[in-house]
Design a protein around this ligand. Structure first.
Ligand code: FAD
Length: 496
């Protein structure tokens, strides 16, 4: 049982946004009762509330909504992530097609890819593109070793083989196999070859705060910062669920658990299924427009970095990963909740990264962080690993009135908006609200991929997985990566 700690490292996204909503409490006291209680104010909670509003606004049927947040508003993974809205266009194809068949894999990819169109549509409609630093463009997977290229090209070839040259998704991907051209395109020194595909980027914390502002301005939401839900009941004979917080109780007809890594605190059946994984990010000062595309460097399937550059006036490079360094001590990130600590040696690793890895770097060396190391320049954040690598979305089996959308791991940006668009009408139906319309942007999504569904069978079967063994296997695998030649040349190697 674990709740979010209250002193995480500071993130540039949060500190740099200076949002007036940071500690927002719509009312001094918690409301006594509501129709929908949303627990968690990250991307999941905020986008779910946004969809409920959009589905019902025209008909005036919006239910009463209250949102509880244990930390500052959007203080969890969404306020601490890498900002990449980067669907897996091809790079997980082999694994997914082995598990779900070639069409099943394609359905997951199409759902992720649709997020680019939906973000573009929704942010255009709300006139928010500039405000949340949204950009569409291309992204690359840079192969920094032969091993990486074999894997990346293998994924691409397999998908092309299964779905044909003109498959809807594969034709949006392209290979650059000449080393010179790959280096030029990626701007990554030593890149051997690359796969390129469409992608997006956004300031995730600003995006969430912008959605919540729409709801608050419309008078549709009561938002309560720094209010952890500590206990939750089953639905009582009065048709209500009681949620306890240190500030008193609140009763709700339905509860939506948008609690990501922490879902297991209130619902024990998820405590083995969703667990911590810790990542690290830095915000580096850079010359305007220096990096042309978002991208990732890959040495093997474990060791990588990923980065983007924000548009003006920020121009900040956001870099994450640092795996060439942290792979030497995998318990720093596997099943690790220590968001209040920096990774050992990582600030120095990031400061050296531009000069070491970026072609013709024109910024400072060592790189300068946007804020002091512990003031938002470098931070750590807990993403939620799911035991079968997919989120849990839908009505919670055996818990009437409870709904979940959690466990989005380090890859929630191209999955959550579609998941909450799927969940919104289910919750409205459960409340007996018939008069609602699917908004245009939600219509763009194909159906939610089956592996995301929180079915009774899936949840029960997953209880049998030995999580400790899974962590140990991952550790062993990561340690073997740390012994490879490309993990060695980096400074500040941690061995203790
Ligand atoms: C370092 C890092 C880098 C990442 N980079 C990327 C990336 O580049 N691209 C990408 O797609 N994904 C990335 N991710 C993953 C992505 O951030 C998440 O998948 C996504 O933000 C999850 O959104 P969420 O709303 O479900 O969870 P969160 O943002 O974690 O929100 C859950 C909220 O619930 C609150 N909460 C939990 N329990 C309670 C309770 N009992 N009572 C009240 N409140 C509670 C938490 O405080 C938290 O604010 C990254 C994650 C991390 C940590």
């Amino acid at each position: 049982m674990v709740l979010p700690i209250d002193n995480p490292t500071k993130s540039f996204w949060i500190e740099g946004a200076e949002s007036p909503l940071r500690n927002h409490r719509t009312t001094e006291d918690l409301p006594k009762e509501t129709d929908v209680l949303i627990i968690g104010s990250g991307y999941t909670g905020a986008s779910f509330a946004y969809w409920l509003h959009k589905f019902t606004n025209e008909n005036g049927t919006t239910p009463k909504m209250v949102m509880l947040e244990a930390r500052d508003i959007c203080g969890g993974a969404t306020g601490r992530n890498g900002g990449q809205l980067r669907p897996h266009f091809y790079s997980r194809y082999k694994n997914w097609s082995e598990r779900f068949g070639s069409d099943g894999a394609l359905k997951i990819i199409e759902h992720e890819a649709a997020h680019l169109k939906v973000f573009d549509h929704l942010l255009g409609e709300e006139n928010l593109k500039e405000k949340v630093c949204f950009k569409l463009g291309e992204t690359f997977d840079a192969a920094m070793s032969d091993e990486a290229w074999q894997r990346l090209k293998g994924e691409y070839e397999k998908m092309k083989f299964d779905h044909g040259e003109n498959g809807s998704i594969i034709r949006e991907c392209r290979l650059i196999e000449s080393q010179k051209e790959a280096e030029e395109f990626t701007q990554m020194k030593g890149c051997l070859a690359t796969v390129v595909h469409p992608s997006g980027q956004v300031w995730p914390y600003k995006f969430v705060h912008a959605l919540l502002t729409i709801l608050l301005d419309a008078g549709k939401l009561n938002l309560q910062a720094n209010t952890p839900a500590s206990e939750i009941s089953e639905r009582g004979s009065d048709g209500l669920i009681t949620v306890k917080t240190p500030r008193g109780e609140i009763k709700a007809k339905t509860v939506v658990h948008a609690t990501n890594r922490w879902a297991g605190h209130l619902m024990d059946e998820f405590s083995k299924l969703i667990y911590a994984g810790r990542g690290t990010i830095a915000a580096i000062k850079a010359p305007e427009g220096f990096l042309k595309n978002t991208g990732a460097q890959h040495w093997d399937s474990v060791i990588n970095n990923y980065h983007l550059q924000l548009p003006p006036p920020y121009n900040t490079i956001i870099i994450g990963g640092a795996k060439p360094l942290t792979v030497h001590d995998p318990w720093q990130y596997i099943n690790n909740d220590k968001e209040d600590e920096q990774f050992k040696g990582v600030p120095e690793f990031y400061a050296a990264w531009p000069k070491r890895d970026v072609l013709d770097w024109q910024g400072k060396d060592p790189a300068e962080f946007e804020k002091g190391t512990n003031e938002g320049g470098v931070w750590s954040g807990v993403y939620s690993s799911s035991i079968d690598s997919f989120p849990f979305v839908g009505p919670v089996p055996r818990r009437e009135g409870h709904f979940v959308a959690a466990g989005f791991a380090g890859h929630g940006m191209p999955r959550i908006l579609g998941s909450t668009a799927h969940l919104a009408p289910i919750v409205l139906d459960s409340l007996g609200i018939k008069n609602y319309n699917q908004p245009e942007s939600a219509k763009i999504f194909p159906p939610l991929p089956k592996p995301f569904l929180a079915t009774e069978e899936r949840i029960d079967n997953l209880q049998n997985i030995d999580a400790i063994k899974k962590f140990q296997d991952e550790h062993t695998d990561n340690i073997s990566s740390s012994k490879k030649i490309f993990a060695a040349p980096f400074p500040q190697i941690v061995t203790d």
